[in-house]
Design a protein around this ligand. Structure first.
Ligand code: SF4
Length: 236
């Protein structure tokens, strides 16, 4: 039975936490302290960014303190964003120029970016209970965007959060860089190491490894995409 329009609208609203969300007391306190120290920063749950009807949903871990928590756009303003957006531009999932600022005019094509945890955690380390609490918003985002054909999980925490949001157990779907998993509803779950400075500095993830994952998804979505939405075209 088709979902009534009024319920559709409610689902769309549920994927965005309120600016004063207090489901995670530790993170709400950290937000308040950061707001006190940096009143000109965003300092709130960071909303998803990109195509409202994406074929690909990219799930990161959480906003970086001086990145998304400062600017208010996922992966914007820190090293991880430099690599992510550069790669999305190269693969055709983004157009424009990335200027490390939400006003740079960059647009995502067929892709949307969100985080497993919407509020910045101290030391980039959310607790298990916080990942579980914020999972309701990821689940709502997945329900609201029925165009999603693939999920790219950046790291094991995002991978596990995506499975939980889909109501699936972890055991049949082990995280591994470069792995892809067919989920029961037909969605493709793809894995990559997180594009953090730590991972690239240690050689865990090279830009070439990351580009290979995103280019592979662009190619697969070419055949997975609905007929009325043309796939992204990689640039030279
Ligand atoms: S991390 Fe998510 S659930 Fe927790 S306070 Fe922030 S928005 Fe709310």
């Amino acid at each position: 039975m088709p979902v009534p329009e009024i319920l559709d609208a409610a689902l769309l609203r549920l994927d965005c936490p309120p600016a004063d969300c207090s489901l995670c007391p530790r993170l709400a306190g950290f937000r308040a302290a950061t707001r006190e120290a940096h009143p000109d920063w965003f300092n709130a749950p960071v909303p998803s960014f990109g195509d409202p009807e994406p074929a690909l949903l990219i799930v990161g871990l959480a906003p970086g303190l001086r990145g998304a928590n400062r600017t208010g756009r996922p992966f914007t303003g820190d090293y991880a964003g430099d690599l992510l957006y550069r790669t999305l531009l190269k693969s055709g999932f983004a157009t424009g120029e990335y200027g490390a600022d939400p006003t740079d005019g960059l647009e995502l094509r067929h892709a949307r970016i969100t985080n497993a945890v919407r509020c910045v955690p101290p030391q980039n380390k959310p607790e298990t209970s916080e990942i579980a609490a914020c999972g309701r918003f990821l689940a709502a985002e997945l329900r609201a965007s029925r165009s999603i054909r693939a999920i790219l999980a950046l790291g094991a925490i995002a991978h596990n959060a995506a499975l939980a949001a889909k109501g699936l157990k972890r055991a049949p779907y082990k995280f591994a860089h470069g792995a892809t998993h067919e989920l029961p509803d037909g969605t493709l779950l793809a894995d990559s190491y997180h594009c953090s400075r730590l991972n690239t500095n240690t050689g865990t993830l090279t830009p070439q490894m990351f580009e290979a994952v995103i280019a592979g998804l662009a190619e697969r979505l070419g055949s997975l995409a609905p007929p009325d939405r043309s796939p992204p075209t990689p640039t030279a």
